[in-house]
Design a protein around this ligand. Structure first.
Ligand code: XMP
Length: 517
C-alpha cells in the first residue's frame, strides 16, 4: 500500500521532541487534513520539498536553541516556499534559523494560562485581540529576526507570535494545540486553510473508499490472512478487508479460553453474521491450560501464553494459508518514531507480529497504519461494527491469564469470568461504564473466612479494579459511587459459586500498575 494518496493534501509535523507531537497531528486531522509526524533528524529539506507537503509545523521541545546539542534543522527550509508554523521551541528555532536572538531569563518564564494581545493578522482571523493562551517556556525571543514582525505580545513576552508574511513563516510562543488556548483551534484552522491553502480532503468516508480500492488493487485475486484478536484494531482491519475483498479474506481467531465471559462467541457471531469472509476459530483452552499447569510466576505465565499463541497461530497458517498476503492491524501510534534523540527506535508493539522465516507471504498489508485510535474507531463505526466492539476497553494480550493471580485453572478462570461479567453488567446498567478507562475483576487467589446463612465459609476473594487515565502510563483509581460497588459486591457473592468476599482496589498508577500481574 502507498504511504498516502499522492494527490491528498498533507501537513508535516516536524518533531523536535515535544510532548504534544501526536496531539498536534490529531488537531490537524480533526480539521480534515492529513498530518504525519517525522523526527527532525530523519528527513531533509529536499525530501520535504519533494514530498509535496502543503505546510510544515515545527513542534515544541524541551531544549534551549542556544545549546549546541539541541535539535536544529537546515535553515534552507525557510526558503523553499512551503508555509511553516513554529510552536514554542519551534518558534524559537525559527527565529534562531532566521538569524534572530533567543534569550533565557528567570523572570521571562511563563507557564499556564496567559493573556495574549494579538494584532490583526491572517493567523488571527476571527481571534479576539485579547485571549487566553497556554504557555510553557523559559527562553524568549527579545525581538523578531530580520524580515519578521511581531504579531502578538504578553505582559512578559515581547514576541508571543511573529511572522514573515512574504515567506509565509509564522511562529507562536504558546501552544495552539492544547484546549487551554481558547482560540487555538481557530488559529490552526487559519494556518491550514488560509495560509497553507488546504481544503479539508481528509475524511473518513474517502479514506474508506480510497483504502478499499487500494486494497483491491494490491491483493488482486490472491488470498489474505489476518490474525483477529477481537480488539479494536484487528477488528476494524478485518471489516475493511472484508469490504475490499470479501471471501478472499480469512480471519484466524485463536480462542485460548482466557477471554471474558462469552467474548469468543461474540467475536465469532459478529464476524460471521455481519461480514463476508472466512472465519476460522481455533478453540485451544485445554492446550493453554495444560501448558500453564503449575505456573505461578507472572512473567513465566506471560511467556508461555505468548509462545503458545505464536505456535498455534502460525501452525494454522502454515497448514492452510501460507501464501498470498498477511494483514495486521498496526495503527499510526504503533510506528511513530520520536524526535527525542538519535537513539530513538520504533517501538515494538503487540499489533506488529513477527512472521516465522519459513512462511513467505507476497507482502504485509497494514490498512490502518496511518490512523490514530479515534480515527480507527470512526472507521469501525462507519463500517458497521457493533458499538461494544468499537469502544471496547484495552484487554491485555495474555487475557485473564494475568488476572487470575497464581496458577490458572479452568475453575479459577470460570469464577473470574462470572464475577467480571456481573461487574460489567452493573456498570453498563448504571451508565457508569463510560466514565472509566478500564475496569475488570481480579482473582487474587486469597481465601477468607465468611458466614453465609449459619454456615462458616472459606472461599475465594474477588477484587475490583477500575481506573481513569488518558494514556495508561499513569492512572487514577476510579471513584465509583458506593451504592454501585455495593450492588456489584452483593451480586458477585450471591451469584458466583465459591466467592464470599469482594474488595475494591484503591491504588493509583504509580505506584501500582493497572493489571495486578
Ligand atoms: P499496566 O498493568 O502495565 O497496564 O499498568 C497498562 C495497560 O496495558 C495493558 N496491559 C497489557 N496489554 N499485553 C497487552 O497487550 C500485556 O501483557 C499487558 N499488560 C498490561 C493493561 O490492560 C492496561 O490497559
Amino acid at each position: 500500500m502507498k504511504e498516502s494518496s499522492d494527490k491528498m493534501q498533507k501537513i508535516l509535523v516536524l518533531d523536535f521532541g515535544g510532548q504534544y507531537n501526536q496531539l498536534i497531528a490529531r488537531r490537524v486531522r480533526e480539521q480534515h487534513i492529513y498530518a504525519e509526524i517525522k523526527p527532525y533528524n530523519k528527513i531533509t529539506t529536499d525530501q520535504i520539498k519533494a514530498a509535496g507537503y502543503s505546510g510544515v509545523i515545527f513542534t515544541g521541545g524541551p531544549n534551549s536553541v542556544s545549546d549546541p546539542k539541541s535539535p536544529h534543522f537546515d535553515p534552507a527550509i525557510l526558503d523553499i516556499g512551503i508555509p511553516i508554523l513554529g510552536i514554542c521551541y519551534g518558534c524559537q528555532l525559527m527565529a534562531y534559523m532566521a538569524g534572530g536572538m533567543v534569550e533565557g531569563a528567570e523572570d521571562s518564564s511563563e507557564y499556564g494560562k496567559i493573556e495574549v494581545y494579538a494584532r490583526d493578522n491572517i493567523l488571527f482571523t476571527d481571534v479576539p485581540n485579547k485571549s487566553i493562551c497556554w504557555m510553557s517556556h523559559h527562553d524568549y525571543i527579545p525581538h523578531p529576526p530580520k524580515g519578521f514582525t511581531t504579531i502578538a505580545i504578553t505582559d512578559k513576552c515581547p514576541t508571543a507570535a511573529m511572522c514573515d508574511e512574504s515567506r509565509r513563516l509564522y511562529g507562536v510562543q504558546f501552544h495552539p494545540e492544547v484546549t487551554h488556548t481558547e482560540y487555538g483551534k481557530q488559529m490552526l484552522h487559519n494556518f491550514l486553510y488560509d495560509i497553507c491553502g488546504c481544503t479539508g480532503d481528509w475524511q473518513m468516508d474517502s479514506f474508506i473508499e480510497d483504502t478499499v480500492s487500494e486494497l483491491r488493487e494490491t491483493i488482486g485475486d490472491k488470498g489474505v490472512v489476518l490474525g483477529l484478536s477481537g480488539g479494536v484494531d484487528s477488528s476494524v482491519a478485518a471489516a475493511l478487508l472484508s469490504k475490499a475483498v470479501g471471501k478472499q479474506l480469512t480471519c484466524v481467531f485463536v480462542d485460548q479460553g482466557l477471554m471474558r465471559k462469552d467474548e469468543g462467541d461474540f467475536v465469532e457471531n459478529t464476524f460471521t453474521k455481519l461480514f463476508d469472509m472466512n472465519f476460522v476459530r481455533i478453540n485451544c483452552q485445554e492446550e493453554f491450560l495444560s501448558k500453564l499447569k503449575g505456573l505461578t510466576d507472572p512473567e513465566d505465565k506471560r511467556t508461555v501464553i505468548g509462545t503458545e499463541f505464536y505456535n498455534v497461530f502460525w501452525n494454522k497458517i502454515r497448514e492452510s494459508y501460507g501464501s498470498g498476503f498477511f494483514a495486521q492491524g498496526t495503527i499510526y501510534p504503533d510506528r511513530i518514531e520520536s524526535g527525542k534523540g538519535d537513539a530513538s527506535k520504533i517501538k515494538t508493539h503487540h499489533n506488529q507480529v513477527g512472521i516465522p522465516k519459513d512462511i513467505q507471504f507476497e507482502g504485509v498489508i497494514e490498512p490502518l497504519k496511518d490512523l490514530f485510535k479515534d480515527e480507527v474507531r470512526a472507521v469501525g463505526e462507519k463500517l458497521g461494527l457493533p458499538h461494544d466492539l468499537v469502544w471496547r476497553q484495552p484487554f491485555p494480550g495474555p487475557g485473564l491469564g494475568v488476572r487470575v493471580i497464581g496458577e490458572v485453572t479452568a475453575e479459577r478462570v470460570r469464577i473470574l469470568q462470572e464475577a467480571d461479567a456481573i461487574l460489567r453488567d452493573e456498570m453498563d446498567k448504571c451508565g457508569y461504564a463510560g466514565e472509566m478507562s478500564q475496569f475488570f475483576a481480579v482473582l487474587p487467589g486469597v481465601k477468607t473466612v465468611g458466614v453465609m446463612g449459619d454456615e462458616r465459609t472459606y472461599s475465594e476473594l474477588v477484587a475490583i479494579r477500575a481506573v481513569t487515565t488518558d494514556d495508561f502510563m499513569t492512572a487514577d483509581w476510579a471513584k465509583i459511587p458506593y451504592d454501585i460497588l455495593g450492588r456489584v459486591s452483593n451480586r458477585i457473592i450471591n451469584e458466583v459459586d465459591r466467592v464470599n468476599r469482594v474488595v475494591y482496589d484503591i491504588t493509583s498508577k504509580p505506584p501500582g500498575t493497572v493489571e495486578w500481574e
